[in-house]
Each structure stands twice: as C-alpha cells, then as structure tokens.
Design a protein around this ligand. Structure first.
Ligand SMILES: Cc1cc2nc3c(=O)[nH]c(=O)nc-3n(C[C@H](O)[C@H](O)[C@H](O)COP(=O)(O)OP(=O)(O)OC[C@H]3O[C@@H](n4cnc5c(N)ncnc54)[C@H](O)[C@@H]3O)c2cc1C
Length: 306
C-alpha cells in the first residue's frame, strides 16, 4: 500500500511529488503527459523559468524528483480510480491511503477553421501568458462580449495593431464607441478561416470583405476537466467545471485531494490558471496530505479542522 497516488504530472502533480518525496512518502505519480500548454513555445510569467518550453520544464521537474527514491513516476493514462470500502484508493492494480488529482483542464476552442493548428503558437487566451509576446504586432481579439472588449483594451498596452473581430456577433454601441475612442477598429463579418503555416498565423479570412493580415488572435475557450476521474469519484464541482476544494486542497470526498487548474476554492471567483499557481497548490496539497497521514500514523488529532 502506497501513501499517495498522484494522478497528473503537470506543474501541480510534479510539485506535489517533490514535496512528498522530500517527506519520504511512498508515492506513485501516474501521468498521461498531455499538459494544457503543450503546444506553446514557452512558459511565460514564471519566476525563475520565464521562457522555458513546457516540455523542458516538466523534464527538469521530473529530473529533480528522481533522487527521492520513495517516488515512482510512470507515464500512463489512468482510466479510472475508486475509493475502496476500507477508505483507501485504487487505480488499476495500485492501492494508496490517499489520492491526489492533478489532472488539469482542457480548452475547447471556438469552432473556427484553422484555429487548432495555431493554438499556443499564435492563437492565445491569456494576456499574462502571451501579451508581451505580441508587442508591436497585428492582433485580433475574437468575440463581442464585455470580456472581449476588456481584453482588447488591455492589449492596447502592447500594440496599436489591434482589431476586435466579433465573428458575426452584434457589438453593443457603447462598446463600439469605447473601442473607437481608444483606436481599436471593429470587424463584424463572420470569420471563414484563419490561415497560417507551421503554427504561425498569416491572415484572417472573412465571409465578406478583404482578408486581414494578422500575427496573432486571442480567443475565449470553454474549459472542461481533462479527465472524468474527479466526477467518477463523486467530488463536488462548480458550474465552471472546476472541482471544489478547501484551503488545503481537500475535495468533498474524504481522502481525495485536488490541485492545479482543475480545482479552486469557493472564495476564488474563477480558475486562476498559471503554472506557478498550479505548482503552488500542488505544494500546499502535498503538505496537507503529509500532515493528514502523520495524524493517522501516530493517532494524533487532525491537523486542520474543516
Ligand atoms: C496555450 C496555453 C498557454 C499557456 N501558457 C502559459 C504561460 O505562459 N504561463 C503560465 O503560467 N501558464 C500558462 N498556461 C496555463 C498553464 O498551462 C496551466 O495553468 C498549467 O499547465 C496547469 O498545470 P496543472 O498541473 O494543473 O495541469 P496540466 O499542466 O494540464 O497537467 C495535467 C496533467 O495531468 C495528466 N492527466 C490528465 N488526466 C489524466 C489521467 N486520467 N491519467 C493520467 N494523467 C492524466 C495530463 O496528461 C497532464 O500531463 C497556458 C495555457 C494554455 C492553454
């Protein structure tokens, strides 16, 4: 019987494995190696590692876990996990006293031809990850909601080559005026396709009118859990698909913890998706898990009251 099975080896799972390895806990980390930012050239806004490619960051983190011999890393997808009648956890043939889910979120992209091939290279969602990278280039924010207008205004800091493309949706007159006052033109025709090569956008082709040369687009994605494991275990979730956890990353199911993009506290209004935040929550979850097990090992009072 292991102490902990961690499912998911992105920033959250790897950070947790490091903490638990340093705590000499017997840990199995199972990872399918399909991180949310896998297609991006580099991870930005990350203290100490700004500009490191995502795969390289994972390689470095896995390398640093290796010396901790009580941790085993296996590259494999986990189809299912369940709580046994004894209150332990099973994933395939493996058993553990506690389970940490760090399986991340996935982005369902808007249905625009050509977008999937550009995702993470010249199609983005987050100004903190890629705002600086589009400095001085031709950028289109796609969509017409208030959050899209806000994002377009945010990006005026980086470039004057900005357009809002509503993709056929109507734009409120006050939003149009606000954008006009700040020099942001609007195109309302539906987009036929995004054209580019090797992940680099060349132009936006509209149903009517001239195509617009462009270097990058920002789109709004729909978030979903990458894995159905949390739902299968019965973990309570928010309508935005994130799993509900407390300050110590405990889910509603005793013994099941969740960290990284996939989980948030009720006091945090939205998933704050960043590598450093995911890693931090993995570290917090691991500390809480270790203390929880310590209480069990020595029949001590629970370390944290709910
Ligand atoms: C295009 C893009 C670019 C981004 N750029 C940045 C950036 O520059 N800077 C930044 O801070 N953030 C960036 N982010 C956000 C960042 O990717 C996430 O915040 C971060 O990856 C979350 O880490 P995580 O460990 O929670 O999940 P993930 O990194 O998604 O890792 C989850 C892991 O769990 C595994 N997994 C899932 N289900 C199973 C299963 N059933 N069995 C086994 N393994 C499983 C997956 O294969 C994956 O390896 C970007 C996001 C996107 C979409």
């Amino acid at each position: 019987m292991r102490d902990v099975i961690i499912i998911g080896g992105g920033p959250a799972g790897l950070a947790a494995a490091l903490t638990l390895g340093r705590a000499h806990r017997d840990v199995l980390l199972l990872d399918a190696d399909e991180g949310r930012n896998a297609t991006a050239d580099a991870v930005h806004n990350l203290f100490g590692h700004d500009g490191t490619p995502p795969a390289e960051l994972r390689r470095l983190a896995a390398e640093q876990v290796k010396p901790y011999e009580s941790v085993e890393l296996r590259r494999t997808p986990v189809p299912g996990a369940h709580r046994t009648p004894a209150g332990t956890f099973a994933a395939g043939d493996e058993r553990a006293r506690r389970l940490l889910l760090a399986t991340g979120l996935k982005d369902d992209l808007p249905a625009i031809a050509g977008l999937p091939g550009l995702w993470g290279r010249s199609a983005f969602h987050c100004p903190y990850c890629h705002g600086h990278e589009v400095t001085g280039t031709r950028v289109s924010v796609i969509g017409a909601g208030p959050d899209r207008v806000r994002l377009a205004l945010h990006l005026t800091r980086f470039t004057s080559g900005l357009t809002l493309s509503t993709h056929g949706a109507p734009l409120a007159p006050d939003a149009r005026d606000l954008l006009a006052r700040h020099g942001v033109p609007v195109r309302c025709e539906p987009i036929t396709r995004l054209e580019g090569r090797s992940g680099r956008l060349d132009q936006i082709v509209y149903e009517s009118g001239a195509p617009a040369p462009a270097d990058a687009v920002f789109v709004k994605t729909t978030l979903a859990q990458r894995s159905p494991l949390a739902a299968g275990l019965g973990c309570a979730a928010f309508p935005d698909a994130t799993v509900r956890v407390d300050e110590f990353c405990r889910t509603s199911v005793p013994g099941v913890y969740a960290a990284g993009d996939m989980a948030r506290r009720a006091t945090v209004p939205m998933p704050f998706a960043a590598v450093i935040a995911a890693a931090a929550s993995g570290t917090i979850a691991a500390g809480a898990l270790d203390q929880d097990l310590l209480s069990e090992d020595f029949a001590l009072p629970a370390p944290f009251t709910p």
